[in-house]
Ligand binder design. Structure first.
Ligand SMILES: [Zn+2]
Length: 313
């Protein structure tokens, strides 16, 4: 396992950074400001309306309200924030532990349909290490959720490993499977530019339902009956499964901590990802919270939180 996977300390952004775009479902303008945050804040959405913060919603699986086409988080007062997964993926993928995410709309802007512009914004301001130690959910035993032909499963593993398989009944996609150990480097090069995709045959249905009103060839790979409609073509070999991996990184960040474990998904999606995270957290014997040692010389030397605390750290 590359040592760079594990850094001992929590991070945040050096300063705030703003992005503007539009919601893929509403089609309405949306902007997001990423603010630095102190240790143990986690990733939190501050929803604003006319310049006033109306809700503070932690990116936590317990706040998931809807998973039909994107991941929607909400609070008890009815405020919600949708399409959070690509931004959360960028933050988790680049190891940003603490961030206030201020959004002035019901949706995080879709940007180019991938995490690339969020990655560029985070890179523009850079990260700051905090004094507090980063914590990880260490998977202790397999936890599996099956739903029809779909399957999602955590198994014990020394780092955060992803193994994602998709199978679409069109020769333009077909069966694609990819595995990787997630690091900021692998996230950046292998996943961050993979775009959302959609099928032309679904478009009318979605529009009638008032969804995907902001979807276009600027932010979606459009799959027709016999060809990809985007004239620029694909960005990666197997861009489709890479995007599913990007989504999974965002959805799994809703566990609230980094994960030390392998996640396998077959024909999955946001719903399944969230269910597997819930199933893992619900089984107290399946995981434990650990922190990486401050010295990085033994990357497998995770200590249970209780022991570390007893040692006075
Ligand atoms: Zn996505």
């Amino acid at each position: 396992m590359p040592r760079s996977i594990i850094s001992a300390r929590q991070t945040t952004l050096r300063r705030e950074v703003e992005l503007a775009g539009k919601g893929v479902h509403s089609g309405a303008p949306a902007s997001v400001v990423l603010h630095p945050a102190e240790a143990d804040t986690g990733l939190r959405f501050l929803v604003s309306k006319r310049g006033r913060i109306i809700a503070d919603i932690p990116a936590d699986v317990r706040n998931v309200k809807n998973l039909t086409l994107c991941t929607v988080l909400g609070d008890d007062s009815g405020v919600s924030i949708g399409t959070v997964e690509h931004l959360l993926s960028a933050l988790r993928g680049l190891n940003v532990d603490n961030c206030y995410i201020e959004v002035d709309s019901k949706e995080v802007p879709i940007m180019d349909g991938s995490a690339a512009e969020f990655v560029a914004a985070i890179d523009e301001v850079g990260l700051r290490e905090l004094n507090e130690t980063r914590r990880y959910i260490k998977v202790l035993k397999p936890v599996r959720v099956e739903e029809g032909e779909s399957l999602g499963e955590f198994t014990p593993h020394g780092c955060f490993h992803l193994d994602v398989e998709i199978d679409f009944d069109t020769p333009l996609i077909g069966r694609q499977r990819m595995e990787l150990d997630l690091t900021p480097q692998s996230f950046r090069t292998e996943l961050s530019r993979a775009r959302t995709f959609g099928f032309m045959r679904d478009v009318e249905k979605l529009w009638k339902a008032g969804l995907a009103l902001g979807a276009s060839l600027e932010n979606t790979v459009a799959v027709g009956d016999d060809r990809i409609l985007n004239t620029e073509g694909l960005r990666y070999h197997h861009e489709f499964v890479r995007h599913k991996m990007l989504d999974a990184v965002g959805d799994l960040s809703l566990a609230g901590y980094h994960i030390l474990g392998s996640y396998r998904s077959v024909r999955g999606g946001h719903r399944l990802n969230a269910y597997v995270v819930k199933a893992l957290l619900a089984d107290a014997s399946a995981w434990t919270l650990v922190q990486a040692p401050a010295s990085r010389n033994r990357e497998t030397n995770y200590r249970p939180m209780g022991l570390a605390l007893a040692a006075g750290e």
